[in-house]
Design a binder for this molecule. Sequence first.
Ligand SMILES: C[S@@+](CC[C@H](N)C(=O)[O-])C[C@H]1O[C@@H](n2cnc3c(N)ncnc32)[C@H](O)[C@@H]1O
Length: 347
Amino acid sequence: MAQAAKASVPKENALGSAVQPLFAALITQTTASAVQLGLFQRLVKGPATARALARTAGAKERGVTMLLDALVATGQLERTDSLYRLPAAMQSVLEVPGVDPETYFADWLEHATALVASWSKLADVIRTGEPVNNIVEPSAAQQFFVSLVRMLFPGNYLTARALFEKTKGRFGRGEVDILDVACGAAPWSMAFAVGNRAARVTAVDFPPVLDVAMEFARIYGVEERFSFLPGDIGEVDLGKGEFDLALLGHICHSEGERRTRRLFRKTYRALKPGGTMAIADFVADDQRRGKDGGGFAILFALNMLVHTPEGATFTYPQYRAWAKEAGYRRSELVAVPAPSPMMLFYK
Ligand SMILES: C[S@@+](CC[C@H](N)C(=O)[O-])C[C@H]1O[C@@H](n2cnc3c(N)ncnc32)[C@H](O)[C@@H]1O
């Protein structure tokens, strides 16, 4: 009794700080169930009531209503009176040309399910330092990325368009040579090729991924201005003094520090004097405390631990130091609709 009397009374409910995150899986399962019941897929066609959605799903209205309200409460849907709808940002992603709204959610669900399976071994990975499956090992990478890059295209294309608008003064008109490093489905260079009809793109990635980039370039009618450089970015020759703009979209985190620093030097060599290296990634806040929008990046570092031998997420000062070491003179952050701002480095 005397012991108990001494225990200090916390200001917050303990459930809030340590135990509650264990229930985050309930949010994941809420989203997954909505995909399995086809609710998002139905809402792509327009707003609907719980009753109509229950009918489409062949499910009971009571449960569907609770699920829809949970989706509203977690910011995944919006509701006006009795009508549920997709948030405008989600709707725009699904309207990007080349995206199939019918399969978009199901593909993400499959990806997320695989992630949960590998993350279930996180404690072992931390103990041993060995990733569960190494996605950057070329044969695994080719298989893994061929499907992932399709899902990444629409969100990154919208962000790339915002970057294009903000850098129009330099890259919006006239002949511009663009290097898209680890291009995936090429959302970054596509926005520039569509915005500037005189822009030429050299896209680098593994051969099967380049087939996906070619498919998207055809959809956007820009394939004649695309050329492809197949291979490992650590091995292929990116040339010397050839490009005005080098785009590195979500590649530094899987490469890790050692390979990113090497890539910065290669990219620097490939750029013309005055050229720009633009980086999109999940950037951690300087103190790695998850502030200023850097929280997702901190969590994503663990994803790299689970899936790569050297991957991680970095802070802007880290990127800046490596760019300086490679020879870049100056850098700038550009606000875009994405988890982190874009980082621009000037040769
Ligand atoms: C996360 S995806 C990003 C794709 C695209 N840049 C985007 O932002 O949507 C990473 C891309 O890097 C490619 N990649 C990873 N390691 C690579 C390597 N060593 N050499 C070439 N490409 C690589 C993958 O095939 C994949 O297309």
